[in-house]
Write a new protein. Structure first.
Length: 281
């Protein structure tokens, strides 16, 4: 499957246009980025909170992903939508579950839920949450949301969340829940993908490195008795059918590509990619 990798460069006035172009060109899905707040001072980069130049700054625009997806879903019929990736640990699980189930219902079950544990410590500081325990908080949040989506009544007494018996309706269209795809290349992210996720969104994998790391994930899944479908969504530079085949052979099930460098070039970029790549798949 080929997907439009990011709407980061696209402003709200063109969301509908981009979604329609992607659908008409044969793309399987469109993926949106997510950050809750942009601290003025920030350090780190994806997969490493302690090194490198951040890929974003305080001047980087950010939009609510659910509003963005709902806007695009209203103007399409078959196109799927994903988050790449949603910082699930920054919200109470009730808030995320309500937004996710609403957009899944509104779109008719066309949502892929990409989940991140986050690399940006200053974003957690701004939310007055401890960055050091984010992994355990993310795991607990995922488990609560999965229970909300599948059980009639749940109550919970955990490390980070405690609540009395609650009901949750409506349930998502996709059962048991919209596919939950775990982002990141760290051992913790791969373990989370294997034990809690329905797929993996690595950030820094090539056709050469992907098979070995996928086997690590599949081994953990087998040991945990998990044998359901598992998606592998990889960002890729695709210039030919051969590039697509290399990623497929390495184990990727979806490629995130960006066939243009400016929204003004979107129509030509989608058309060219559809003719040169998608039509030949």
């Amino acid at each position: 499957m080929v997907a439009f990798g990011t709407t980061a460069m696209v402003g709200p006035r063109r969301w509908g246009e981009i979604a329609r172009l992607a659908e008409q060109s044969g793309f399987e899905s469109v993926w949106v980025p997510e950050h809750l707040i942009m601290p003025v001072k920030m350090t780190g980069e994806p997969n490493s909170p302690h090194a490198g130049e951040p890929p974003i700054s305080a001047s980087t625009p950010a939009y609510d992903p659910w509003v963005q997806i709902a806007t695009m879903a209203a103007q399409t019929t078959t196109l799927r939508f994903g988050t790449n990736v949603y910082n699930i640990g920054l919200r109470h699980p009730f808030i995320t579950a309500r937004a996710l189930t609403t957009v899944d219902v509104v779109s008719g079950g066309r949502i892929e839920f990409g989940i991140g544990a986050s690399w940006l410590s200053q974003e957690w500081q701004a939310m007055q949450l401890p960055f050091e325990t984010r992994g355990r908080r993310v795991d607990e949040t995922i488990r609560i949301i999965q229970r909300l989506f599948t059980e009639e009544v749940i109550e919970h007494d955990g490390e980070f969340f405690r609540f009395q018996p609650v009901g949750f309706l409506p349930k998502p269209v996709q059962q048991p829940w919209p596919p939950m795809l775990i982002g990141g290349d760290s051992p913790a992210a791969m373990r989370r993908a294997a034990l809690l996720g329905d797929g993996w969104i690595p950030m820094q994998q090539s056709p050469e490195t992907l098979p070995h790391n996928l086997e690590r994930i599949h081994k953990m899944r087998r040991e945990a008795g998990r044998n359901g479908p598992f998606q592998v969504t990889v960002s890729a530079r695709v210039n030919s059918i051969e590039d697509v085949r290399r990623y497929e052979e390495a184990g990727a099930t979806r490629l995130l590509v960006t066939p243009f460098t400016s929204p003004r070039e979107a129509a030509d970029g989608f058309r060219r990619f559809a003719e040169e790549i998608i039509a030949k798949l």
